[in-house]
Design a protein around this ligand. Sequence first.
Ligand SMILES: [Zn+2]
Length: 98
Amino acid sequence: MRIDPENGISYEVLREAVPYTLSKGYKRGFVNFEEEVVFLVAGDKITTTIPLEGLEFSEDDPECPECGTRIQKTCRKPRKCRFCSTRIQTEVEYPSAS
Ligand SMILES: [Zn+2]
């Protein structure tokens, strides 16, 4: 992991992270799967970084049609994008897009 507690967050690690609506009370964050780290967000600030371990991510977590934020499947219904407040229709199966 390239995150050094003394030097803070590597900008590159954050830049490669994807926005995510998280479950389990974490609300919002940015996830870098390669580095296995989650940046938790409150307001417009990153408050904490936590390891990805133990959080359930899936390759078919739905995406917000408005802003592209991904939503953890384990979020309680109704799922709602916490970045732009769009309600996510999870019943619809989208073809896998790259
Ligand atoms: Zn959204």
